[in-house]
Design a protein around this ligand. Structure first.
Ligand SMILES: C[S@@+](CC[C@H](N)C(=O)[O-])C[C@H]1O[C@@H](n2cnc3c(N)ncnc32)[C@H](O)[C@@H]1O
Length: 317
């Protein structure tokens, strides 16, 4: 059993710069990865267990049902997973591919460590490589003997691409194309459907999604010397039909000043601080997006109700 961890976590100066940039935006918005400190990763797992949030359960079933067909379509290679979280989805794929090496990327070091030790127990013969990084900034895989020379198979489930704006998503996909060295990308996307159902998934009755969003303030207070009071913001998830996305935000419940990263930021009563988006992609919009980033969709697998799909992207030329 072997696990190697590389730490390329953004520096405190990077974090400070990103926060300053995000707080100067209108509306204010920081990169979605900042939601994932250890507590954020834990809360995300709890969201996945909520009855309203069906994506995780559906995607695992879809992968288990189609792993052999997916492996036949990709051929063998080094699986590189973007944003592994708790590693609940890659198991069937690793088995079907008969992999000997696996590389996982995640910004949350606690999630990455737990994920790889759990996977290593299930797959003792696979060499596990974890890279703690912001994968939007990783242009190539680090130099390491375990990662050299093998064709890559990218794996990006969870509809996490939807956290980006379409423009950011194109940049991410174009970058992933280089990083994967000509190999394919298996991309899980959630599709537009009944807005009430979608809204409930991102604003569960137990309040876990709200706690996940508020935890952003707690982590900023800790890591960037902030004084935001999570109780002075209410959580809101809304469906934006034009953009085909759920917008998640913390809405200020009063006029207030928040100190963060050495600056003071004034929030009006009712002002929204966007915590993340979840853009939904129909098969047509997914194909357009892939094409803009230099990919083509070779094959698509979807669940029984056609709520979400796994796309196999190949470099367009
Ligand atoms: C929505 S969760 C999905 C987890 C898992 N892939 C799934 O499908 O259940 C997003 C995961 O990606 C990680 N993540 C988010 N943004 C990231 C970034 N820019 N770079 C690296 N990891 C990121 C988070 O820490 C988290 O574990």
């Amino acid at each position: 059993m072997s696990i190697t961890l590389l730490n390329l976590y953004p520096t405190p100066a990077d974090l400070q710069r990103l926060v300053l940039d995000g707080m100067r935006r209108s509306p204010r918005q920081l990169p979605a990865w900042m939601l994932y400190d250890a507590e954020g990763s834990r809360l995300f797992e709890e969201i996945c267990r909520q009855p309203e949030y069906t994506l995780t359960r559906r995607e695992i079933t879809l992968l288990e049902q189609n792993a052999a067909a997916i492996a036949a379509a990709t051929g063998p290679g080094l699986v590189v997973e973007f944003g592994i979280g708790s590693a609940r989805k890659v198991d069937a794929l690793l088995r079907a591919l008969g992999s000997s090496v696996f590389a996982a990327l995640d910004i949350s070091v606690s999630a990455l460590e737990d994920a790889l030790s759990g996977l290593a127990n299930q797959h003792p013969s696979i060499a596990m490589m974890g890279i703690c990084c912001d994968h939007t900034q990783l242009e190539q895989l680090p130099q390491h003997p375990a990662l050299d020379g093998q064709p890559c198979i990218g794996f990006f489930p969870g509809s996490s691409l939807g956290n980006f704006t379409p423009q950011e998503a194109v940049q991410f996909l174009a970058n992933a194309r280089k990083l994967l060295r000509g190999g394919p990308l298996l991309l899980g996307l959630d599709q537009p459907r009944d807005p009430a159902q979608l809204k409930a998934a991102y604003d569960d009755a137990a309040g876990v999604s709200a706690a996940f969003a508020r935890n952003l303030l707690t982590r900023l207070n800790r890591d960037l010397d902030g004084d935001a009071n999570p109780e002075h913001f209410r959580y809101r998830a809304s469906w934006q039909v034009h953009e085909q996305r759920i917008e998640m935000a913390l809405v200020s419940t009063r006029d207030q000043t928040v100190r963060l990263a050495g600056d003071a930021w004034f929030f009006r009563d009712g002002e929204a601080w966007i915590t993340e988006y979840s853009v939904k992609y129909s098969p047509t919009s997914a194909a357009e997006l892939a094409q803009r980033a230099g990919w083509r969709i070779q094959q698509r697998w979807h669940d029984d109700e056609d709520h979400l799909s796994m796309h196999l992207l190949q470099p367009a030329d």
